[in-house]
Ligand binder design. Structure first.
Ligand SMILES: [Zn+2]
Length: 237
C-alpha cells in the first residue's frame, strides 16, 4: 500500500483512494477479494499511512462491493460495521447453474460459459443486477459500468443492443436520485478501444442525468496509479 502512496506522490496527485474488493457468498474457484482478516490489516495499514503522509497526500480507505442478491443483508452488515471513505458498487459475478462466473475475466473457459449462456442475456442480467445494487446498497460511486464481458469478442454489438434498452436509464435515474457518482475508470484505455469505462456515448447519457463523476485508475500495481489521467483531461477539458 505504501508503494501506491509513493507512486501517487511521484505523479503529483494530492489524494489517493484505496478501494479493495469485498464479495459475499461467491462460489468461484479463485478468490479475487479480501477476507475479513485482510480487511482488518488493510484498514490498520491505511490508517498508519494516513498519519505518516499527513499534509503531503490525502489517503482514503474505501471498498468496492460486489453485489450478490443472495447476500444483500450480509453485505449491508459488513458495510455498516466500519466507516468507509468511499463505497464503490460493482457486479463482477453472475450465477449460472449454482456457480459464479467472473464477468471481467479473460479466462477462456469462463468466456465459453458466457458464450453458451448468451452474451446479450448475460449483459442484460448484469445491468439488472446493477440497477438493484445502486438502489439497495449504500454506495456512493458505481464502478466500471460497461466493463462486463470486456474480453469477449462479441461484446461491442451486445453492448450497443443493451444500451438501447431502458436498463441503463433506470440505473442512471436511481443514481441521480441518490446522488451516486459514476466512476470514469481509465483502465478502459488498455481494454476498451482507448476509451475509459464507461465509453463516451454512455458518459453523454449520464450527463443528461447530471451524474457526478469520479476519476479512478483501477490500479492493481503501483505503476498504474493515476494512469491515463492526462489523456482524460485532454478528452474532457
Ligand atoms: Zn471491479
Amino acid at each position: 500500500m505504501e508503494e501506491y502512496v509513493l507512486a501517487a506522490l511521484e505523479r503529483g496527485l494530492t489524494g489517493l483512494m484505496f478501494l479493495e474488493h469485498f464479495e459475499a457468498g461467491i462460489n468461484a474457484p479463485r478468490r479475487t477479494w479480501l477476507t475479513s482478516e485482510d480487511f482488518a490489516r488493510y484498514r490498520e495499514e491505511g490508517r498508519r499511512l494516513r498519519r505518516l503522509y499527513a499534509g503531503r497526500i490525502e489517503i482514503g480507505l474505501g471498498v468496492e462491493v460486489g453485489y450478490n442478491p443472495r447476500e444483500l443483508e450480509a453485505t449491508k452488515k459488513f458495510l455498516a460495521v466500519n466507516s468507509w471513505d468511499q463505497i464503490g458498487i460493482s457486479c463482477h459475478f453472475l450465477e449460472i447453474a449454482g456457480r459464479h462466473y467472473n464477468l471481467l475475466s479473460s479466462d477462456r473457459q469462463t468466456l465459453a460459459v458466457f458464450d453458451a449462456y448468451g452474451i446479450e442475456k448475460a449483459l442484460g442480467a448484469y445491468f439488472k443486477l446493477l440497477a438493484e445494487a445502486v438502489e439497495l446498497l449504500p454506495g456512493n460511486v458505481l464502478c466500471h459500468l460497461d466493463a462486463a464481458l470486456r474480453h469477449h469478442p462479441g461484446i461491442a454489438p451486445a453492448l450497443s443492443a443493451q444500451s438501447s434498452t431502458s436498463a441503463l436509464d433506470r440505473i442512471f435515474q436511481v443514481m441521480a436520485a441518490k446522488g451516486t457518482a459514476l466512476e470514469v475508470n481509465t483502465s478502459g484505455f488498455i481494454h476498451h478501444r482507448r476509451q475509459a469505462y464507461p465509453s463516451s456515448d454512455l458518459l453523454a447519457r449520464a450527463a443528461v442525468h447530471r451524474l457526478p463523476l469520479c476519476l479512478g485508475s483501477d490500479a492493481h500495481q503501483p505503476k498504474e496509479v493515476g494512469r491515463f489521467f492526462g489523456p482524460m483531461a485532454d478528452l474532457y477539458p
